[in-house]
Every structure is written in structure tokens, then in C-alpha cells.
Design a protein around this ligand. Structure first.
Ligand code: FES
Length: 195
């Protein structure tokens, strides 16, 4: 059964969205834009070259590494298609979390995907699809508030504890002209396991 106690983003998130979003995952992954021949940029997953903006920032100011506080919090973000500046928030599955560390704290694999210590992952918990919104400062890990899966962003978001079946997919970043930019597509399928 769905646990609807998640601390989901206000934008585009309601209880039905979790269920509908889950159903949509399979369909969109199976045939992205196939029926229409053209994918909607707002619902397309982040792509290389996209810049990032803070959740609810209507000014679409590109995020820089300095905007992400070291060891302090999760910054929720969206990717933006750079040609027409379309924020890819048409699907809640596109929610991104950003966390910042010292480079020396990151495993080699995670460091290879980081931009000046900033690492990015999907916000969608791989268990039942709640948003991962909690940062536990004492442990420097992130947590899903629904069933308390803890993920370690310093090490490919591996699961430290909790019921989630797999790590959060990572979104490789780079810095271009001072801005955080998507370097590669997600490392794994974004979404969650159906109960
Ligand atoms: S939805 Fe269950 S731990 Fe995240």
C-alpha cells in the first residue's frame, strides 16, 4: 500500500501524483515520446547541458556551487532546458537534490560525478517514491521521511539503513561558466518499486 505521509514538494505533488507518477514511470521509460514523436521538454529527464535552478525560484537563476551550503542541507532543484529555458518540472520524478561536501569526503566514483563538491541525485526515494527531503547534519547523510531509508551521498547514495531496494540514481554534474550544469544522464532508472 502507498504510504502518503511523504514530505513531497508543493509543486506538482499531491497524493495521486505518487501513484500516477509511478505508473507513468514505466510508460515513459518504455517509450519516451514515442506516441507523439516528440518529448515534452518539461517532463523529459535532465539532459547534458541543462543548468539547474532552485525549487520555486521563478527567476530561473542558475545555481552555482557557492549556492549549495557545505554540510548543511539539501537544496531541491530542477534542471532547465537551456535553449528555451524550460524548467523540467512537468514531472515530479524530475526532482533533484543537491548536497555539498569537501572533495576529500567523496568516494572516487562519486567524486567523478561531483562539481566542486556538489553532488546531485534524484529526489525520488527508490522504495515507495516519496521525496527525499531530510538532511541529517550529524551524519551528513540524507533520509526519506516516509520509512526512514538513509542514503549516503558521499558514496553513490548507497543505502545505510531502511527498506529502499537500491541507491538513488546519481546525476553527474560539471561547472560551466561558473554554473552547475548536468554532465551526463542519470546513472540508473529514476523511480521506485511498485508495492
Ligand atoms: S518511500 Fe519508503 S523509505 Fe522512502
Amino acid at each position: 500500500m502507498e504510504d502518503n505521509t511523504c514530505g513531497c514538494r508543493a509543486a506538482a505533488i499531491d497524493r495521486r501524483a505518487i501513484i500516477q507518477g509511478g505508473l507513468a514511470v514505466g510508460a515513459s521509460l518504455a517509450a519516451p515520446g514515442a506516441a507523439l514523436g516528440q518529448a515534452d521538454p518539461a517532463t523529459t529527464r535532465p539532459r547534458p547541458g541543462d543548468y539547474l535552478v532552485k525549487d520555486e525560484d521563478t527567476s530561473k537563476k542558475p545555481l552555482t556551487p557557492a549556492d549549495i551550503p557545505l554540510h548543511k542541507t539539501i537544496v531541491s532543484a530542477w534542471a532547465v532546458e537551456p535553449n528555451e529555458n524550460i524548467v523540467r518540472k512537468g514531472s515530479r520524478l524530475n526532482g533533484i537534490i543537491l548536497v555539498r561536501y569537501e572533495n576529500s569526503e567523496l568516494t572516487p566514483e562519486t567524486l567523478s560525478r561531483a562539481a566542486e563538491g556538489v553532488v546531485a541525485y534524484t529526489q525520488i526515494c527508490t522504495h515507495n517514491g516519496c521525496d527525499v527531503t531530510d538532511y541529517i547534519e550529524a551524519e551528513r547523510v540524507v533520509q526519506c521521511g516516509c520509512h526512514f531509508t538513509k542514503y549516503d551521498p558521499r558514496d553513490s547514495a548507497r543505502i545505510i539503513e531502511g527498506p529502499a531496494p537500491r541507491a538513488l540514481p546519481a546525476l553527474p554534474l560539471k561547472v560551466e561558466n561558473g554554473k552547475l550544469v548536468v554532465a551526463k544522464a542519470y546513472t540508473d532508472r529514476v523511480g521506485f518499486e511498485q508495492a
